[in-house]
Design a protein around this ligand. Structure first.
Ligand code: GLN
Length: 522
């Protein structure tokens, strides 16, 4: 995406005014995404008496994982469609409309006996988020054609918007869904996206100038027309496949078992990552230095996927832990389990500025940790988070009664370490993709970054159903396995960072690349 800079100037925390438009749109979008996701498993697994479906937890958790995984995977075609055909701004508008439609369809599904509208709604959200999420981030990048520290700061403000939305969203939809009725929670998520959409529609012409107004055009009109018709054709084929598969499953023509599907799908996602990097390294026309940098990205990708596999157990395993085994009563009132999901966002809002100060302080002492080292520290902190959960789960198992509820401080401490881990991985990874990648591949690298989230969400969902009062011993086993994986990964990465830094010694450093104002594409 080329940088266009005719955006009106003026303030939003010292940033271009367009950032406020993107901040609030993404805030409402994340309100709706995070507001819905933790309700899904609680609703599907809740007994029919409590308005749920009474589904097996393993199946419900796998569905949440598959859904969230597709949400992130859809960024790949979503970014491509915006680049070549719709332009960023239209992609965000259409994406937001699809997301709103999806939530409202899910909200309205309570009026029918059929489960079809519910799943149709999830598909609308997947398609809509694929159009919205990567492209709104790309517009943030386009606000800072000069790149550098100001762009990083812009992204930090944007990350705050993400977490503000997640924080408020989960409080509101959690209360409505768990206390009033599941479908009120779902509908509230839809209303939030509509508010974001109206805000974007009114504000974008005033604040974004020509950013995202047009797709990237090929200089030759004939090639350009061919490109657009190709994108349209592939989009139509893709949508037709989704429609056919959905109809076959909905009509019971083919069976669908989420846990079995999830396992095969995990191999497919890992395979896409492997083939992509192998292709790029062998046939991408990269020079020696570029190959070394891409190799580092590939390593970061693997460890990011491991990180997200643990992190994304929050809407499934940790959410169920809040519901079943955490004392949520204050003054005789029981708070919704979903509220604990907001603790992560609250920690991000509190700690992101602290980490920013840490980077500056280290920088001023000339200590620049490489991204593999930062990732290893992040994985180490996340290991500690899961150690906390091993203790918490043994208290529950030790008491041996399903009625045991531990103090909320366990989850609050878990989220503290998890968030610290997130802040060493997520923003670092985002910026490393843009600085390490050969310039002409940056857009694709961002897609690959979201592929790690996609894989992580899937695995987090596949294992998340292990938290179950009817199978108590599985819970400490899940947290112990996760701890061992994370700890092992942290150790391997810290060891790998030594040959990596040796290999990168003669390659221009990440900082130098960043200073070149490498890119504003994300
Ligand atoms: N919490 C961040 C967001 O919602 C990152 C999520 C992810 O990449 N898995 O954008």
């Amino acid at each position: 995406m080329s940088a266009t800079v005719n955006a009106p100037k003026g303030g939003f925390f010292g940033h271009p005014k367009g950032l406020s438009t993107l901040f609030f749109t993404e805030m409402w979008e994340r309100f709706s995404f995070y507001g819905l996701r933790p309700l899904l498993i609680l609703f599907m697994a809740a007994a029919v008496m409590q308005g749920g479906w009474g589904w097996d937890r393993g199946e419900a958790s796998a569905i949440v994982g598959i859904y969230a995984s597709f949400v992130y995977l859809a960024s790949l075609p979503g970014g491509w469609i915006a680049d070549k055909w719709l332009g960023l701004r239209k992609a965000v508008l259409y994406g937001g409309s699809l997301i709103s439609l999806g939530h409202l369809t899910i909200g309205a599904s309570s009026f029918t006996q059929s489960k079809i509208p519910f799943f149709l709604g999830l598909i609308f959200i997947v398609l809509g988020t694929g159009l919205l999420k990567p492209n709104i981030s790309a517009m943030v990048g386009d606000l800072y054609p000069e790149g550098g520290a100001r762009k990083d700061a812009g992204f930090s403000v944007f990350y705050m918007g993400i977490n503000l939305g997640a924080f408020i969203g989960q409080l509101i939809t959690g209360f409505l869904g768990e206390k009033i009725g599941w479908h009120w929670g779902f509908t509230a998520a839809g209303v939030a996206m509509i508010l974001g959409l109206i805000q974007f529609w009114i504000q974008s012409p005033k604040t974004l100038g020509d950013i995202g107004a047009e797709p990237t055009r090929h200089p030759d009109p004939a090639t350009q027309a061919k490109q657009v018709s190709n994108v349209k054709l592939f989009t139509a084929i893709g949508l037709a496949i989704v429609a056919v598969v959905f109809t076959l499953i909905a009509t019971g023509t083919i069976g669908f078992n989420a846990e079995t599907f999830g396992k095969y799908y995990a191999y497919v996602l890992a395979g896409i990552g492997f083939v992509y990097f192998a292709y790029l390294l062998l046939f991408g026309g990269l020079n020696g230095d570029e190959k070394k940098r891409v190799l580092v990205i590939a390593v970061l990708f693997v460890f990011a996927a491991i990180f997200w596999s643990a992190f994304e157990q929050t809407p499934t395993a940790l959410n169920l832990f809040a519901q079943d085994f955490t004392n949520r009563t204050i003054g005789g009132w029981e708070m919704p389990a979903t509220w604990f999901q907001s603790v992560n966002s609250a920690w991000v809002i509190l700690l992101a500025p602290v980490i920013a100060v840490l980077w500056t302080a280290l920088g001023s002492r000339n200590i620049n940790l490489s991204s593999p080292v930062k990732f290893a520290i992040g994985l180490g902190l996340t290991t500690l988070a899961f150690v906390v959960m091993i203790f918490a789960s043994y208290i529950v198992v030790g008491e041996g009664t399903v009625a045991t509820k531990v103090s909320p401080l366990w989850l609050i401490t878990f989220y503290l370490f998890l968030t610290l881990g997130e802040l060493f991985v997520s923003p670092v990874g985002l910026s490393s993709m843009t600085t390490l990648s050969p310039k002409r591949y940056v857009g694709q690298m961002m897609g690959v970054w979201f592929l790690a989230s996609s894989l992580g969400n899937l695995i987090g969902g596949l294992v998340g159903g292990e938290v179950d009062p009817e199978n108590l011993s599985a819970m400490p086993r899940l947290f112990t396995t996760t701890t061992l994986f994370l700890g092992g990964a942290a150790l391997i990465l810290i060891l790998l960072s030594i040959p990596i830094s040796r290999m990168m010694r003669n390659v221009s450093s990440e900082q130098e690349i960043a200073n070149e104002g490498a890119t504003n594409v994300i």
